[in-house]
Design a protein around this ligand. Structure first.
Ligand SMILES: Cc1cc2nc3c(=O)[nH]c(=O)nc-3n(C[C@H](O)[C@H](O)[C@H](O)COP(=O)(O)OP(=O)(O)OC[C@H]3O[C@@H](n4cnc5c(N)ncnc54)[C@H](O)[C@@H]3O)c2cc1C
Ligand SMILES: *[C@@H]1O[C@H](CO)[C@@H](O)[C@H](O)[C@H]1NC(C)=O
Ligand SMILES: *[C@@H]1O[C@H](CO)[C@@H](O)[C@H](O)[C@H]1NC(C)=O
Ligand SMILES: *[C@@H]1O[C@H](CO)[C@@H](O)[C@H](O)[C@H]1NC(C)=O
Ligand SMILES: *[C@@H]1O[C@H](CO)[C@@H](O)[C@H](O)[C@H]1NC(C)=O
Ligand SMILES: *[C@@H]1O[C@H](CO)[C@@H](O)[C@H](O)[C@H]1NC(C)=O
Ligand SMILES: *[C@@H]1O[C@H](CO)[C@@H](O)[C@H](O)[C@H]1NC(C)=O
Ligand SMILES: *[C@@H]1O[C@H](CO)[C@@H](O)[C@H](O)[C@H]1NC(C)=O
Ligand SMILES: CC(=O)N[C@H]1CO[C@H](CO)[C@@H](O)[C@@H]1O
Length: 779
């Protein structure tokens, strides 16, 4: 099979960057590696470095590890890759054979002689696994000027594996096939250093514990000189769509509000200055320009992702709203109905949705010249849909009309500048009580049930605590994963999660005594749209940027959006955007969206959303195809989904899915299959249109059966702090956490069921309504 995978992975089409490294200790030797265990093959990769060059010796080496299962005597190779330097290994007759290769082109890489590798004594092959612990010297810089920045906070190394055995397993210089699978992960090189004495002990085969030299963030301030922070009426933790809107509306009502955001600024207006080289000298950051959306997933300096959440989550001002595709659908009545799980008091959403619409008007033609660009995909896909009875509508004119409609992609962007949710920003920030509010991580709450303040990692205030005025309230808006974690760290949630916090040396001692823990289903009931990609070719050229990059290495081929950040779009498109915010860069990659109701065998109705865009993140076909002709339809199952999963934390307090929520319910799966078959049912009516993934050697049923569940992630997580009745839910009708007097949650996590489309429109309307309900409560 020809397998083309690209780094240009869209959030709603894949999750190649979904993992973040965490620290773990090898029980056989005490080495504290940083790394990951890839979720598909269960292979662990880790690295630990000597002290930073500035403070110690050995700046060019590291100790690495690979631990791999021996599934079915599988003896394919596994590799660990930093930039283009690849260290591959495989078992052979009870020993581990390894090689270093340097990958520059789309051919088999040559053996690369520079690195000096020593296998350390705690390596072995047992009946189920092989484990390799190795010292790699002369491994952090290489010919051609490449190097690892061992002080970087967010590098992106790769793992790769092949299920095909190397040609001659005894020979390190053997020829080997291209790796059949790979992934990337975030790696904080700056954290993964130990002292010289500890490193040198391990590097010479010694064992025993070591402590990292990196500064561990502690949440308590010990300085007696730190002053108490000024109390406020409301502390809102998290500046995503939920938190910004809530802060804005509550401060507008005259309350004194402190908004705390763990990340830094994003758009120009919020103080962000990170931008593409072609935008230098303008007031447009990466987060302002809709057309840069796909570069969120290809930029090696991806500081905006939360590094302690294993799925995509934005940790910066605007949260997910600053890094998302800004697809913007106003909620329908059904989205806020009791049958969707909302309490009766929430069904009158219209005034709040109208307030949102007035503040953040949707547009399906964001380019300031009113034109739409690169519409070939729309033209082809509408030819596919019209014979199925689809109608062309303007979606946000009538959000209740969703069956068999197709629409232009619709953005929350005013004048082709990404506005979500930044139109709310100036008001709220002008009215926060503190000029200092970013880079502040809320960690837990003081003294439930009556919360008196929020504990943060800010060492400049007494004990890191921001206090409330009498009658004050805390509103948690940290997102589906972030909010759940703060609750666990405050003793609120299922016991198994709080016990993990108890085991943490920093967070454990800050927990209240177990008699004060509040047992609520925090993290249960989560839902996310399962999404499946269909890839097509059509003779229309979909090439966005004619200057395709050279293939970077043996297994990565960039899709066409990869150029948008650097070197940038063609000069004329760049100039047009800078001069008048018009043209190709005025919108994100999707072009056409469509919806359809699907009757299901359990007697209920489920809905399917389709999103079409030029390019593809992954193609699997036995036939050759023309890369300039590919486009993707992502089909998501939306309203009516029954499947639920669970999220939580691990012992490192990283937040992660514990039980995947995609297609758990068999009727969800069969209904999505029906929808996919409907999409392609009119294929033969569109001249020149070919489905290449799955191709005609694979049925839709087989395709869905073998689809990697982790790539069904749509980043639309909801439900971890579900609203509903006492005993079943986490927050009550006013979004107050059960068992507390003054702790509220306003973010995606309270939403009981997924709406018709991408959720941030619904989440913002929800926040408008929640702010009104909270303000209406007697203090
Ligand atoms: C890559 C991606 C693409 C998406 N595309 C779309 C799309 O096109 N259309 C759409 O409608 N939806 C999209 N979504 C989903 C949408 O962005 C989210 O549903 C939405 O952002 C959720 O809003 P929220 O306020 O609940 O949480 P978030 O947006 O996650 O915001 C939470 C905020 O809280 C901060 N925070 C968390 N913990 C703490 C703490 N302890 N202390 C201080 N601050 C903290 C975080 O840094 C973050 O800023 C996408 C999401 C992602 C990740
Ligand atoms: C593993 O390698 C050995 C030696 O080359 C070979 O005989 C065996 O068939 C391989 N096993 C698999 C499952 O490929
Ligand atoms: C490190 O590797 C490079 C590249 O192969 C080589 O030129 C250099 O001599 C090596 N340095 C040492 C100290 O081995
Ligand atoms: C083999 O090694 C792996 C990795 O260290 C370990 O998890 C596993 O328990 C070992 N299996 C046996 C049978 O000893
Ligand atoms: C729907 O029809 C209108 C009027 O002909 C047209 O301007 C618009 O582009 C069409 N929308 C789509 C998504 O094709
Ligand atoms: C608090 O945490 C944030 C987010 O992790 C970080 O940027 C900031 O530097 C931390 N502050 C302190 C004082 O450690
Ligand atoms: C690929 O498709 C483009 C656009 O249709 C076309 O111009 C080009 O000739 C095709 N290339 C090949 C090799 O067929
Ligand atoms: C399958 O697709 C290939 C490539 O598009 C085509 O050449 C072939 O004729 C198709 N086979 C069938 C049975 O339709
Ligand atoms: C409102 C709701 O559906 N709550 C459910 C959340 O999950 C817990 C644990 O599975 C259930 O008991 C609740 O009924």
């Amino acid at each position: 099979m020809l397998l083309r995978l690209s780094l240009g992975v869209l959030p709603f089409v894949g999750s190649a960057l979904a993992q973040a490294a965490a620290q773990f200790t090898d029980p056989d030797n005490g080495i504290t590696f940083w790394g990951i265990t890839d979720v598909v093959h269960d292979v662990t990769y880790g690295y630990v470095f000597p002290p930073l060059a500035t403070s110690g010796s050995n700046p060019t080496e590291y100790i690495g590890t690979i631990v791999s299962p021996l599934v079915n005597q599988w003896n394919g190779s596994v590799c660990s890759m930093i930039d283009s330097l690849l260290v591959a290994a495989w078992p052979n007759n009870g020993e581990i054979v390894f090689t270093t290769r340097y990958a520059t082109t789309n051919v088999l890489p040559d053996v690369y002689p520079g690195p000096v590798i020593t296998t350390l004594p705690t390596s072995y092959v047992n009946s189920t696994h092989w484990k390799w612990v190795y010292r790699c010297q002369n491994c952090t810089t290489w010919v051609g000027g490449g190097s690892i920045d061992v002080n970087s906070q967010s590098a992106v190394p790769a793992w790769c594996s092949s299920t095909i055995a190397v040609d001659d397993p005894a020979d390190p210089g053997t020829s080997m096939v291209q790796h059949t699978d790979f992934g990337f992960y975030f790696f904080p090189f700056a954290e993964a250093h130990v002292s010289a004495s500890v490193y040198n002990n391990w590097a010479s085969g010694g064992t025993g514990g070591g402590t990292t030299t990196s500064t561990t963030t502690t949440t308590t301030s010990t300085g007696p000189a730190a002053p108490s922070a000024t109390p406020v009426d409301y502390i809102i933790v998290g500046a995503g769509p939920g938190g910004i809107i809530t802060a804005d509306r509550i401060s507008q009502a005259g309350k004194k509000v402190l908004l705390l955001e763990r990340g830094g600024p994003s758009t120009w207006e919020t103080g962000g200055r990170y931008t593409a080289p072609w935008l230098e000298g303008t007031d447009f950051t990466k987060f302002d320009v809709p057309g840069l959306f796909e570069s969120m997933f290809t930029d090696p300096n991806a500081f905006w992702w939360c590094k302690d959440i294993t799925v995509f989550a934005g940790c910066l001002v605007g949260g997910g709203g600053a890094v998302n595709g800004a697809l913007y659908w106003l909620p329908s009545d059904e989205d806020f109905s009791t049958s969707s799980g909302w309490p009766t008091q929430w069904t009158n959403h219209q005034p709040y949705t109208a307030a949102l619409k007035a503040r953040l008007p949707p547009t399906d033609a964001p380019s300031t010249d009113g034109k739409r660009y690169l519409e070939q995909v729309s033209n082809v896909v509408s030819q596919l849909l019209i014979p199925q009875g689809y109608r062309n509508v303007t979606i946000n004119d009538n959000p209740d009309d969703k069956d068999h409609i197709y629409v232009h992609m619709t953005l929350s962007a005013a004048n082709a500048v990404d506005q979500s949710p930044h139109t709310y920003k100036p008001l709220s920030h002008a009215q926060t009580s503190s000029s200092k509010w970013t880079h502040m991580c809320g960690t837990s709450f003081e003294t439930a049930p009556q919360i008196t303040g929020v504990k943060t990692n800010d060492t400049s205030v007494l004990n890191g605590i921001y206090p409330l005025n009498p009658g004050g309230r805390v509103i948690l808006s940290g997102g589906s994963y972030g909010s759940a974690r703060i609750l666990y760290r405050s003793g609120i949630g299922p016991t198994d999660m709080i016990e993990l916090v108890q085991g943490d040396p920093v967070a454990g001692p800050l927990l209240p005594p177990s008699s004060q823990w509040i047992n609520l289903p925090v993290g249960y009931n989560v839902s996310d749209n399962p999404s499946i990609n269909l890839v097509f070719t059509h003779p229309s050229a979909f090439l966005i940027f004619p200057s395709r990059p050279v293939l970077k290495n043996i297994f990565l081929s960039y899709d066409n959006w990869a150029d948008v950040f650097t070197p940038g779009p063609p000069a004329a498109d760049a100039a047009q955007y800078i001069a008048s915010q018009s043209g190709v860069m005025a919108q994100a990659s999707p072009r056409l969206n469509f919806w359809q109701a699907l009757g299901a065998t359990d007697g209920t109705t489920r809905w399917m959303q389709g999103t079409a865009r030029p390019g593809a993140a992954s193609v699997t076909t036995v036939y050759p195809y023309n890369e300039t002709q590919i486009f993707t339809i992502t089909a998501y199952l939306s309203s009516g989904i029954k499947s639920r999963g669970r999220l939580g934390i691990n012992a490192a307090l990283n937040a992660l899915p514990l039980v995947n929520p995609w297609l758990v319910d068999p009727v969800d799966k069969s209904t999505l299959i029906t929808g996919l078959k409907d999409i392609v049912s009119t294929l033969s009516l569109v001249p020149g249109l070919t489905l290449i993934t799955p191709d005609n050697t694979t049925t839709i049923d087989e395709y869905v059966d073998t689809y990697d569940p982790s790539t069904m992630d749509s980043n639309h997580w909801i439900g971890s702090n579900i609203i509903g009745p006492q005993g079943k839910a986490v927050v009550d009708v006013n979004t107050k956490v059960y068992g507390t007097n003054n702790l509220f949650v306003v973010d995606a996590s309270i939403v009981p069921t997924l709406p018709f489309g991408n959720p941030h429109g619904l989440i913002m309307s929800m926040a408008e309504q929640a702010a009104a309900k909270i303000l209406a409560l007697a203090t």
